[in-house]
Write a protein that binds this ligand. Structure first.
Ligand code: HEC
Ligand code: CU
Length: 455
């Protein structure tokens, strides 16, 4: 049947969900008159540890509330602009056939509400966003989300569905710079992002926020990209996408490693998880993942399957040029000289610098609170290995580490490359780590670092 001819037989209030969750399937209901009630809130949130940002949101979250409709629904959309807000806003839904995707009909000042309606004609996963001038700025502050238009029969059932949306952010300070960070228009124009994140902030989907799954389950991710500028090379480390609804439309591609999600676009990604462990979702423009925040986790629990993945089955030493492991060329000599002349930082100064170094260098692997990632990166929080031997720990930061180690009773067998840091930075970051997360409070001096470096 032509979608225009589908009659809405009833009326209901739409369930809206904050990410990473999505409302329940529409498979078992008829097309309906669907009332969407969306509130715009401008509010301060955490972009990263110690970094505050004023987000503009649809429904109080970035991305905004997930809207789930089906083909033939008559959507009656009410947009409310909270009286505490400072700016007018509107909404452009890519699922709408009509001028501005509803933008012109939904322009609303603080303390006002407005209602418009549209019929969902095309199934697919669509982005919505604010389109009030300056449009780029409203989007850059977090005003985007996803609306799903399910086909008449609904999407095939799966075990778990999640909502993940990428966005790039532009702040006056560089990545990790502490305090409240205002939006930087020039960086946005230059497309010079400080943060590229999933679900609005660094670490939104790691640690306690990590997505959960069990071995054998089928997972569906509704993935969007709000931009405003960057295209996402969406990839899961350790998993192949069995099916991708390319660009959120009808075309289905199978066995995909990385799917491209345009700014203002989306994709539906489906896969079965085969073995336990941490799957890492990234933008495979990889510096964004490890240096700007575009990293999320799916924690898969359950039984091992050695036929699918057996882990390391043999390991030996390979030293073609007599070196140990990868190390960046560095100007240590110069740094060392400079630092001999300079005075040692106070402990408080080390804590401050150390936190910055940690946030830009170590955090990607050892995680925000030093908790690490099981089977991959050992913890630095309350870590016996660290607390047992400070010189060994300094050596690891200077020279890297490979081979098996045991930290808090769990074994790790991986590689940490040498970190290209000055003595001052190493002293600071080690002091920061030893004085955080229940470690033993050692203060590391530059002299201690120099000794280990010379050894
Ligand atoms: C690219 C990922 C990565 C980065 C970045 C990284 N590490 Fe590691 N780190 C590892 C891995 C992997 C190991 C375990 C190596 C092994 O298995 O032999 C490790 C081990 C360690 C250990 C010893 C084990 C423990 O838990 O105490 C310390 C200390 C450490 N890292 C500190 C740091 C510090 C400080 C930084 C930042 C300056 C840093 N690491 C950056 C991956 C990383
Ligand atoms: Cu807006």
């Amino acid at each position: 049947m032509n979608a225009k001819d589908i009659k809405a037989v009833s009326e209901m209030k739409a369930e809206l969900t904050a990410p990473p969750f999505v409302p329940k399937s529409t498979a078992d209901r008829e097309a309906t008159k669907l009332k969407v009630d969306m509130e715009i809130l401008e509010e301060t949130g955490e972009m990263a540890d110690g970094v505050e940002y004023v987000y503009w949101t649809f429904g109080g979250s970035v991305p905004g509330s997930f809207i789930r409709t089906k083909v033939g629904d008559e959507v009656e959309f009410t947009l409310k602009n909270h009286p505490d807000n400072k700016l007018p806003h509107n909404i452009d839904l890519h699922a709408v056939n009509g001028p501005g995707g509803g933008a012109a009909s939904s322009f609303v000042a603080p303390g006002h509400e407005i209602t418009f309606s549209f019929k969902t004609l095309n199934p697919g996963l669509y982005v919505y966003h604010c389109a009030t001038a300056p449009v780029g700025m409203h989007i850059a502050n977090g005003m985007y989300g996803l609306i799903l238009v399910e086909p008449e029969e609904g999407l095939a059932p799966v075990d778990r569905e999640y909502y993940v949306m990428q966005g790039d952010f532009y702040t006056k300070g560089e990545f990790g710079e502490q305090g409240e960070q205002p939006f930087d228009m020039q960086k946005a124009i230059d497309e010079d992002a400080d943060y590229v994140v999933f679900n609005g902030s660094v670490g939104a989907l790691t640690g306690d926020g990590a997505l959960q799954a069990k071995v054998g389950e089928t997972i569906r991710l509704f993935v969007g990209n709000g931009g405003p500028n960057l295209v996402s090379s969406f990839h899961a480390i350790g998993e192949i996408f069995d099916r991708v609804h390319v660009e959120g439309g009808d075309l289905i591609n199978e066995n995909v490693q990385t799917t491209l999600i345009p700014a203002g676009g989306a994709a539906i990604v489906e896969f079965e998880v085969d073995v336990p462990g941490e799957l890492v979702l990234v933008d495979h423009s990889i510096f964004r993942a490890f240096n700007k925040g575009a990293l999320a986790m799916i924690n898969v629990t359950g039984e091992e399957d050695k036929d699918v993945f057996a882990g390391t089955i043999q390991e030996g030493i390979y030293l073609p040029e007599g070196g140990t492991i990868q190390s960046m060329p560095s100007d240590d000599e110069d740094d060392a000289k400079e630092e001999t002349a300079a005075v040692e930082l106070s402990k408080a100064e080390k804590m401050e610098l150390g936190k910055k170094v940690y946030g830009s260098t170590c955090f990607a692997c050892h995680q925000a609170d030093g908790q690490g990632i099981e089977n991959a990166f050992p913890p630095l929080a309350n870590a016996d290995y660290l607390n047992d031997d400070v010189n060994r720990a300094i050596d690891i930061v200077l020279r890297g580490k490979s081979g098996e180690i045991t930290v808090n009773g769990k074994t790790y067998n991986s590689v940490m490359t040498a970190q290209n840091l000055t003595d001052k930075e190493v002293a600071a970051v080690m002091t920061y780590i030893y004085n955080s997360w229940d470690n033993n409070g050692t203060e590391v001096t530059e002299e201690m670092v120099r000794k280990v470096r010379k050894k």
